[in-house]
Design a protein around this ligand. Structure first.
Ligand code: PGA
Length: 251
């Protein structure tokens, strides 16, 4: 069965103390979500926040990144094994900010996906096009390339663990959301791509999240689309009230 998920990507925000306060607020406001709630705080907070959310079986912990090598001389980096050892169950991989600012290319992203799965965690694999690609209407082909290069090497049983997040870059942190119809069209296109590679049953079971200026006001309309299975939320995940409203919008 396809899972509905709301994941909060805090990015580089909140000290540990602020993060614990935010988590407390979220736990207070969220009752019986209709799907999974995933919290992705900065790496330094994983263990403490993981302890706090453990009391709720619907809450899960994600790392925002991990390195693809198992260990070694990579100053400042953290391996999949390490984030798993402090409780991460998911890892966000291929976020457009990682692709843009840290120059992460498809081969590295595919290796990160492998590292994450090898440690028993689930990748939240991000894809999405920049504005100039959307404007010339080649976004489906653009995203197809990202999926083929980053994910479609997986064997069936491993692909089943993957969550896909479609995040059009022009909508991230800009206040410019994709319309519900634009999101639905792209999510359906992604599901068709997955079906071509892995078959209809797996495609039907694949969770595809929308990300990009999803907020308390527009979540319901986005999530009501048949192929939108929840959201990857940036800015609005930093306010307990807004994040709880978004979670309540799951279908
Ligand atoms: P945003 O970010 O909700 O602030 O647009 C989404 C994301 O980057 O995951």
């Amino acid at each position: 069965m396809r899972q509905q998920i709301v994941a909060g990507n805090w990015k580089m925000n909140k000290t540990l103390e602020e993060g614990l306060e935010l988590t407390k607020g979220i736990l207070e406001k969220v009752e019986k979500p209709k799907g999974l709630v995933v919290i992705a705080p900065p790496l330094t907070h994983l263990k403490e926040i993981g302890k706090m959310i453990k009391v709720r079986k619907y809450f899960h912990l994600a790392a925002q990144n991990c390195h693809h090598e198992p260990k070694g001389a990579y100053t400042g980096e953290v391996a999949a094994d390490m984030v798993a050892s402090v409780g991460a169950e998911f890892v966000i991989i291929g976020h457009s900010e990682r692709r843009q600012y840290f120059k992460e290319k498809n081969d590295v992203l595919a290796a990160k996906v492998n590292a994450c799965i090898a440690r028993g965690m689930r990748p939240i694999f991000c894809c999405g096009e920049p504005l100039h690609i959307r404007e010339v209407d080649t976004h489906v082909g653009y995203v197809a390339k990202q999926l083929k290069a980053g994910l479609f090497h997986l064997k069936e049983e491993d692909f089943r663990k993957v969550v896909i997040a479609y995040e059009p870059i022009w909508a991230i942190g800009t206040g410019r959301t994709a319309s519900a119809q634009q999101a639905q069209d792209m999510h359906l296109a992604i599901r068709v791509l997955v079906a071509k590679k892995y078959g209809k049953a797996i495609a039907d079971d694949t969770t595809i999240l929308y990300g990009g200026s999803c907020n308390a006001q527009n979540a319901q309309e986005l999530f009501s689309q048949p192929d939108v299975d929840g959201g990857l939320i940036g800015g609005a995940s930093l306010k307990a009230e807004d994040f709880a409203t978004i979670i309540a919008a799951l279908k």
